[in-house]
Design a protein around this ligand. Structure first.
Ligand code: DX5
Ligand code: ZN
Length: 221
């Protein structure tokens, strides 16, 4: 059992888009810490979702949750400012999509948002070594990005633990978030390995009782 509750970030991807406000209020009432906005461009990942306009609508529906924007897009620098103006408090880009990652991270921070970097399951942690001291968060993908509802890739647990060891040396304040296939069943193991925040799409929005699911994922039940 973790000492402090794990943060939960419901992924809006699995919400009812015919009633976005109700979905966001559901997350808020369930005690969600962040709301995770999955932005996909049909180029970096094989799916298309939404842009700053929808993030702005989401941000208008909550005052308590952190707007956590996950950019699964090629050349994200083009749109970072738009997503921050739309209300994102944290912007996560993919290492695989950023040839000048240090510049991109500094750009996010210069606009007043927290900066995160995500890596795909096949990308080694070693690519983060030089940038780690500059980051607010790392989003470890535990599925291949592009779709909600996929199965958790088991080798991600060891990756969380290795990143936890890396941050002790390079950036103790770093937040480790895990994204993809998080469930009520695996949440405790992920927290114990070092995850501070768990992204949950299906496990939250498709649960019979989302508030109960959130408590379990946070390690409170
Ligand atoms: C995948 C997205 C995830 C996904 C999580 O590309 O980044 O945030 O929506 O959904 P679940 O929790 O259903 O795996
Ligand atoms: Zn995501």
């Amino acid at each position: 059992m973790p000492v402090k509750p794990t943060l939960i970030a419901p992924s809006i991807l699995s919400a009812d888009f015919t009633n976005l406000r109700a979905s966001i209020e559901l997350a808020e009432k369930a005690g969600a810490d962040w709301i995770h906005c999955d932005v996909m461009d049909g180029a970096f990942v094989p799916n298309i979702t939404f842009g700053p306009f929808i993030v702005q609508a989401i941000a208008k529906c909550t005052s308590s949750m952190v707007i956590d924007t996950h950019l699964m897009i090629a050349d994200p620098d083009r749109f970072i400012e738009d997503f921050i103006k739309a209300g994102s408090h944290q912007i996560t880009v993919h290492q695989e999509a950023c040839p000048h990652l240090h510049r991109t991270v500094q750009f996010i921070k210069s606009l007043g948002a927290k900066a995160g970097v995500s890596i795909n399951p096949a990308t080694p942690l070693s690519v983060l070594e030089s940038i780690l001291p500059d980051l607010d968060l790392v989003l470890l993908m535990s599925v291949n990005p592009g779709f909600g509802g996929q199965k958790f890739i088991p080798s991600s647990v060891g990756k969380i633990a290795r990143l936890d060891a890396m941050r002790k040396e390079l950036n103790p304040g770093l937040v480790i978030a895990v994204d993809g296939g998080v469930t009520e069943e695996n949440a405790a193991e992920l927290s114990a390995a070092g995850a501070d925040a768990l992204i949950a799409g299906t496990a939250f929005f498709k649960a019979a009782d989302p508030a109960a699911a959130a408590r379990k994922i946070k390690g409170l039940a």
